[in-house]
Design a protein around this ligand. Structure first.
Ligand code: FES
Length: 132
């Protein structure tokens, strides 16, 4: 669709990202709330999620022009690229803004280390279809 969705093979993974889904059924079609996804430096959180079948909305296709890919980084913010001014401006438009709010398409993994990301439930309204 937008060329998104990277799958990292366990062999090349240097770290992992734990996605905690507040509304797992809307995002994945399953009831599992906690998803551990193998990850490596250079990938962004949105791509990893999509590759793992977690359908985080990304209306602009991952170019920092919307705020639908909003997530909360609960652990490992230091392992991610810093927010640019552009991202900061954009994320302010997201509902439920918190100090640890980020746009998942703009979070690039820079260091190996545990990362935990919470995907807020309001995201569900924007999800039209769960891929099979
Ligand atoms: S998908 Fe639009 S800002 Fe991330």
């Amino acid at each position: 669709m937008h060329g998104h969705g990277v799958k990292v093979n366990v062999g090349e993974a240097t770290t992992k990202v734990t996605f905690i889904l507040e509304d797992p059924e809307a995002l994945t079609g399953e009831e599992k709330t906690e998803w551990e996804v193998p990850a490596a430096e250079g990938h962004d959180l949105l791509d990893l999620a999509i590759g793992a079948g977690i359908n985080i909305e990304h209306a602009c296709g991952g170019v920092c022009a919307c705020s639908t890919c909003h997530v909360y980084v609960e652990e490992g913010m230091d392992n991610l690229s810093e927010a640019t001014e552009e991202e900061d401006d954009r994320v302010e438009e997201a509902p439920g803004l918190q100090r640890n709010s980020r746009l998942s398409c703009q979070c690039i993994i820079e260091k190996s280390g545990p990362i935990t990301v919470r995907v807020p439930a309001w995201n569900r309204n924007a999800v039209k279809e769960v891929p099979h």
